[in-house]
Design a protein around this ligand. Structure first.
Ligand code: UDP
Length: 236
């Protein structure tokens, strides 16, 4: 089967790496994600990944932590580096070639982010993990995902979550909520559906980058998405 998408950016939340735990990393989740990513690399898909840090640290809670927002945000960015290193380790263990690129210089553990170099890695079928978000406080890893996806000219951004798409209401709270198969950017805005934060969403919209929201915790869903099967919700 020829995959529908040749180059993708996969956005994984830090929280999804917790699995059933309350904090940190679940090796089962890392192994499952590595298997799923390996399956699409073997199809010939060029894969880049942006990973969140919410399982370790989130910067926004200044009132709870007493740590000023920008400082906390940098801590959050470092959390994404830890997650990126963990995902890198599990991918390499599965025999997938990877490169970790960081938006904050950390020469001993990651390459600095250089756009053209990232593209070169992708052309050589290495999975590129973008860590440390955008490198700037007051942004999110969704925005980092949208930015990197646009920069490397990805065909699509795949937002792997715990729910299987975008619903009319929060399906964890409202049992009558129904799932959309497809939406336009303007529909998502007018219906006030939270797909990503506005900065990330606008970047995708302005650059006509489709977003697919899907359940990453269902094994092989990622494979179905890149093969163009109707999984999740597409915003385009
Ligand atoms: N962060 C940031 N700039 C970025 C990306 C992330 O300041 O470009 C910080 C921010 O504090 C955020 C934390 O890193 O709360 C972790 O990222 P995020 O909350 O987006 O992770 P996720 O929700 O996907 O686990």
């Amino acid at each position: 089967m020829i995959p529908k998408y040749k180059r993708i950016l996969l956005k994984l939340s830090g929280e999804s790496l917790m699995g059933d735990r309350n904090f940190g990393l679940d090796p089962k989740m890392l192994a499952q994600y590595a298997d799923d990513i390996k399956a699409i690399v073997e199809l010939g898909v060029q894969v880049s990944v942006v990973i969140g840090g919410g399982n370790i640290y989130r910067g926004m809670n200044e009132s709870e932590t007493g740590i000023e927002r920008a400082q906390g945000d940098y801590m959050g960015m470092l959390a994404t580096v830890i997650n990126g290193m963990a995902l890198q380790a599990s991918l390499e263990k599965s025999g997938v070639k990877t490169r970790l690129m960081s938006a904050i210089k950390m020469e001993q553990i990651a390459e600095p982010y250089i756009r053209r170099r990232a593209i070169r890695h992708l052309e050589k079928d290495r999975v590129v993990i973008f860590a440390a978000g955008t490198g700037n406080p007051y942004f999110t890893t969704d925005t980092a995902g949208a930015l990197r996806a646009v920069e490397i000219q990805a065909d699509v951004i795949l937002k792997g979550t715990r729910v299987d798409g975008i619903y009319t209401a929060d399906p964890e709270k409202d049992k009558t909520a129904t799932r959309y198969d497809a939406l336009s950017f303007s529909e998502a805005i007018s219906k006030e559906l939270k797909v990503m934060d506005m900065t990330a969403f606008t970047l995708c919209q302005e650059n006509k980058l489709p977003i697919i929201v899907f359940d990453m915790n269902k094994p092989r869903n990622l494979l179905d998405v890149v093969n163009g099967k109707p999984v999740g919700t597409i915003v385009q």
